[in-house]
Design a binder for this molecule. Structure first.
Ligand code: NAD
Ligand code: MG
Length: 394
């Protein structure tokens, strides 16, 4: 049996570790080509040794000696830095997991498409900042992009055997995040620690805070538009505190197909790993009699201003997604540094979009990588400048 060549970008993160858990259960079936990580050198080296990876890459150049030392005698090649990460994506693989967090995942993902294999896309930021570019690259190289975000995997599964013209609406569910039940007037005082705990999902810190603001859901609405090619009016979101229904697709005959499952990312990762087959996965089975109740309610726009920004991004198109994603990442960095309150993130992102749109800097008929990266840098700079000005006048 020929082994499947797999690479995992962002292997040391939450999605990466869940991916390695599945791969590690059937080591004979896979040949691990590349694993990448950041500062957690011990984890990266241990996984690379255990799985016999050909190459391990850390994003941080200065950590190369440490990675080399940790891999000594293992036969695993070590590399470091942004350039090395991008070159690692050029190594041929049949299946590549894109699970770096943030816009940093864009270029490795784009380069991995060149082999024409399968890109399992957890890095939603790539679709938000450069969806049309990513999907066009995939078509150009005959590559397959599969969704790994649980909601998009759910929609993808509900669409098997269906025609897109029959879709009336896609409904993306969201838990409402860790601060869902806080009184509105207390939100301004929420700390990164408070916003960084999630009621149902165990995820990386950034996406967990993005869940509390529902910036994560905002990104997912844009991701839905880019991945499935749906217009904004066919994409909706609903709060579902139990996180058991991951998404629903409504068809033109009134049928509503829901995807249910335990909140465990190994389902969506495993579906993308084995697609088009379904294989046994080690995830909890739902006991509906014990679940008993599934609640849904509409999100309050005052609590979740990020959702209206998503509609704006979808309607305006062009480079608005690139600016939105970068401003959101900058706002989150400022919040983590305690330089911006929890409730300051959405207004900051909106002001960045206003500024850049007023100068005509977000208009573009077709996207190229340079435009996206340039917009990304400009939006981050404006966000930081606005935050500094705010601190000075406060
Ligand atoms: P995480 O923070 O746990 O892990 C991020 C990974 O990216 C780590 O390996 C880290 O070393 C690496 N990384 C961070 N910054 C980097 C940089 N500048 N350059 C290169 N590598 C870098 O994040 P996560 O929760 O696993 O999320 C990964 C991606 O998957 C995100 O795009 C997230 O939105 C998406 N996603 C995550 C979940 C989840 O359950 N965690 C669910 C759906 C989608
Ligand atoms: Mg999701």
């Amino acid at each position: 049996m020929t082994r499947r060549r797999v690479s995992v970008f962002g292997a040391t993160g939450s999605i990466g570790q869940n991916t390695l858990d599945l791969i590690g259960r059937d080591p004979e079936a896979y040949e691990v080509v590349v694993l990448t990580g950041g500062a957690n050198i011990a984890c990266l080296a241990e996984d690379a040794r255990r799985l016999g990876a050909a190459l391990a890459v850390t994003a941080y150049e200065e950590r190369l000696p440490e990675l080399r030392a940790a891999l000594a005698g293992s036969g695993v090649e070590a590399a470091a830095g942004q350039g090395a990460l991008e070159e690692a994506a050029d190594r041929p693989a049949d299946w590549v997991m894109s699970a770096i967090v943030g816009a940093a995942g864009l270029v490795p993902g784009l380069r991995a498409l060149h082999h024409g294999g399968t890109l399992a896309l957890a890095n939603k930021e790539s679709l938000v900042c450069a969806g049309p570019l990513l999907m066009a690259e995939a078509r150009r190289h005959g590559a397959t992009v599969l969704p790994v975000d649980s909601e998009h995997s759910a929609v993808f599964q509900a669409l098997v055997g269906e025609r897109m013209e029959a879709v009336e609406q896609v409904v993306i569910t969201g838990s409402g995040g860790g601060l869902r039940d806080w009184p509105l007037e207390h939100l301004a005082s929420a700390s990164p620690e408070q916003a960084g705990t999630h009621p149902n999902w165990d995820m990386g810190q950034r996406i967990t805070i993005d869940s509390a603001t529902m910036f994560n859901k905002a990104m997912e609405l844009i991701e839905t538009k880019e991945f499935f090619g749906l217009p904004p009016e066919k994409i909706a979101t609903v709060i579902h505190p139990q996180s058991l229904v991951h998404a629903l697709v409504q068809f033109n005959d009134g049928a509503l197909m829901a995807h249910l499952g335990a909140p465990d990312m190994r389902h969506a990762i495993g579906y993308a790993l084995h697609w088009p087959e379904r294989r046994h996965l080690p995830v909890e089975r739902l006991d509906l009699a014990r679940v008993a109740c599934l609640d849904f309610h509409a999100p309050d726009p005052a609590r979740y201003p990020a959702l209206a920004l998503a509609t704006r991004v979808m309607e305006e198109g062009g480079l608005t997604g690139a600016a939105f994603n970068a401003a959101k990442e900058a706002a989150l960095d400022l919040f983590l540094d305690r330089a911006l309150p929890f409730t300051g993130m959405a207004p900051l992102v909106e002001t960045v979009l206003d500024r850049m749109a007023a100068d005509g800097r977000l208009e573009a008929d077709t996207l190229d990588l340079d435009m996206v990266l340039h917009t990304d840098r400009a939006a981050r700079a404006i966000a930081c400048e606005l935050a500094r000005a705010d601190v000075r006048t406060a």
